[in-house]
Write a protein that binds this ligand. Sequence first.
Ligand SMILES: [Ca+2]
Length: 149
Amino acid sequence: MKKLIFSSLFWISCFQLNAQINLNVGDSVQIIVPANIFITPSKITVARNEVYDIKVYGEWVDAGFPATDANGFPPNKAFLMLGRILKRMPLENYMMLCASINKSHHFSIGTGIKKKMRKTGLLNLYPNDAKGFFENNEGEMQVIIKRVE
Ligand SMILES: [Ca+2]
């Protein structure tokens, strides 16, 4: 219990100071990822071979499409097929929650994943929408990131 209180206070103070966070095994943080923001920095520095359990809750909406969870929706219309190349992960669903490390090493998360990191750097989160088409998005995801190894 004492450790839990300490780690909670630790991450709260990190956010207040706008500092970077290194999670110990067992520690978790919650990040809010808005649908209309191109990139949301988590402030978490992950290291190669660390393992994280990521769970995602909530719904968001892209323009007039039906609301989805963090798995997003497939390109089921011709213009969506064409627009895929404008996404950071062209082969993944629109509005799938995805991540990058140092804005370069991209991977999909969806509603949840257990992931061994293949690179060291700052973890960023984003909805997989076409570049330039974020302003018509609404909603946000609650992302719980826990280091498990
Ligand atoms: Ca959009």
